[in-house]
Design a protein around this ligand. Structure first.
Ligand SMILES: Nc1ncnc2c1ncn2CCOCCNC(=O)c1cc(-c2ccc(F)cc2)cc(O)c1O
Ligand SMILES: [Mg+2]
Length: 215
């Protein structure tokens, strides 16, 4: 049977990128998705905004919701200092299998914990299973209707503390209206919108950065 799109993305990485060179992995995926087949990576334009937020926060512990092929996982992990790590949750086992290989090709496997499963099932176990106190940065890029319930779940589980930064992809396209309304109107968050475009297209999209102010 035909290969899957994630399998074709992995092949592009393995033929065009250099082992141990995360930037070449990022460049290979962006080139493939811009010139061959669109795919739902955060992409180069929004990816630069993600980079700037990671550099500003310099997080020790990052949670990523929605791994897909590992493109944003590599973008985040390549900027982390020794000892820092990103825990990334992926629901789809086929995506997870590809992402593991993309992350390995980039040489960043020591900074990444890829967990297969649904965000709602795993978030309550984060402290116990991974010894996480609280996350410094959360990158939301999974089911758009899960952004709000999972944010509330992270709050309830004490995984968000004063200064934790939430960065949400796709707040315009496909859109996360209930999440946006919540973080923009809550007295506990300071929110700002970074206007950009849907990956590899001219359609509007953007990232919402929300800093938790404490209770
Ligand atoms: N651990 C977990 N727990 C729960 N659920 C989970 C999970 N891990 C994964 N999932 C499932 C969802 O994963 C993929 C989510 N991402 C998107 O759907 C997405 C879609 C578009 C898009 C598509 C078509 C258009 F026309 C325009 C835009 C663009 C994007 O940038 C997107 O990120
Ligand atoms: Mg996205």
């Amino acid at each position: 049977t035909r290969t899957s799109r994630p399998q074709r993305i992995l092949k592009a990485v393995q033929t065009k990128a250099t082992v141990g060179d995360p930037q070449s992995v990022i460049t290979a995926i962006d080139h493939f998705c811009r010139h061959r087949e669109w795919a739902m990576n955060v992409g180069d334009e929004k990816g630069s905004i993600l980079d700037s937020v990671v550099n500003e926060v310099s997080p020790v512990t990052v949670l990523e919701l929605g791994t897909y092929c590992g493109y944003s996982t590599v973008r985040i992990a390549r900027l982390l200092p020794p000892g820092a790590c990103v825990i990334t949750l992926e629901f789809n086992p086929d995506y997870a299998a590809i992402a593991r290989q993309v992350i390995k090709w980039s040489g960043l496997e020591d900074k990444v914990q890829l967990v297969e499963g649904a965000s709602g099932d795993w978030i309550p176990w984060m402290k116990e299973h991974f010894g996480v106190q609280a996350f410094d940065l959360v990158f939301l890029d999974h089911w758009k209707e899960r952004y709000l319930p999972d944010t509330k779940l992270l709050e309830e589980c004490g995984l968000i503390q004063k200064g934790t930064v939430l960065l949400a992809d796709n707040v315009i396209c496909p859109g996360t209206p209930d999440y946006l309304e919540y973080v923009r109107n809550s007295p506990h968050y300071n929110s700002q919108y970074y206007r950009s475009h849907l990956e590899y297209t001219k359609a509007e999209d953007g990232l919402e950065k929300s800093v938790f102010l404490g209770y």
